[in-house]
Design a protein around this ligand. Structure first.
Ligand code: PEP
Length: 248
């Protein structure tokens, strides 16, 4: 039985005061939910969100991390540092990081392995551009991203990883993949995990959809058989919208 996971990715938004206000205004409204509720905060807000979510069912994620434990990497943050702050999940390989900060399948793989080493659960993002979709490359591309991200991950750790299928053309654009389009790719991703790890494990891994999810389309997305939740950017910034997503 896979527990759905709704994760709000705040990207580069909010001050510490705003983050606390946000948590205060949603915490009672999300406490009865059956889904796992996660806030992916910028580094600067991790401490304030951690304090604010004490005693709630809201979990804390970072949006990125380096793969080394420590070292001369100015401006970077290591998994040890995140773990010390109480981070449970970390987004890895978001398309904005791949697009603007030169992240590759290789660095994504290093980060996945480093996160697992420090018991941080990776939320691994994969997805195609519009051009790749129109050229019929979606399945091959997403498969290659998943295979590379999971290189060296032992079978017993796979269920700790969440995959977020995020078609790049649907992120922050207002264009959502249809629920059927999303489910089709997510079904194929699960098949990739079956090929890599076998029957038992492939049913355990959670695969989210991300790309312009909002309260008005969450239900349709969540009703799809293979979709186990959503990674949400824009609609996670306003308390009412986020509550609507969690209580879809
Ligand atoms: C995201 O940030 O992962 C995302 C899917 O953004 P949005 O919901 O705004 O499309």
């Amino acid at each position: 039985m896979r527990i759905p996971i709704i994760a709000g990715n705040w990207k580069m938004h909010k001050t510490a005061a705003e983050s606390v206000e946000f948590v205060e205004s949603i915490k009672d409204q999300v406490k009865g939910t059956d889904v796992e509720v996660v806030i992916c905060a910028p580094y600067t807000l991790i401490h304030s969100v951690k304090e604010a979510i004490q005693g709630t069912n809201i979990k804390l994620a970072a949006q990125n991390m380096h793969w080394e434990d420590q070292g001369a990497y100015t401006g970077e943050v290591s998994p040890i540092m995140l773990k010390e702050l109480g981070v449970e999940y970390c987004i890895i390989g978001h398309s904005e990081r791949r697009q603007y900060f030169n992240e590759t399948d290789e660095t994504v793989n290093k980060k996945v392995l480093a996160a697992l080493k420090h018991n941080i659960k990776p939320i691994v993002c994969v997805g195609e551009t519009l051009e790749q979709r129109e050229n019929g490359e979606t399945d091959a591309l997403v498969k290659a991203q998943v295979v590379k991200a999971f290189a060296g991950v032992p079978a017993e750790r796979v269920a700790e990883i969440v995959i977020a299928y995020e078609p790049i053309w649907a992120i922050g654009t207002g264009k959502t993949a249809t629920a059927e389009q999303a489910n089709e790719v997510i079904y194929n991703i699960r098949e990739v995990i079956r090929d890599l790890y076998g029957e038992e494990i492939y049913t355990e891994i959670r695969i989210q959809y991300g790309g312009s999810v909002k309260p008005s389309n969450i239900e349709e997305i969540m009703n799809q058989e293979d979709i186990d939740g959503a990674l949400v950017g824009g609609a996670s910034l306003k308390p009412d919208d986020f509550v609507g997503l969690v209580n879809f």
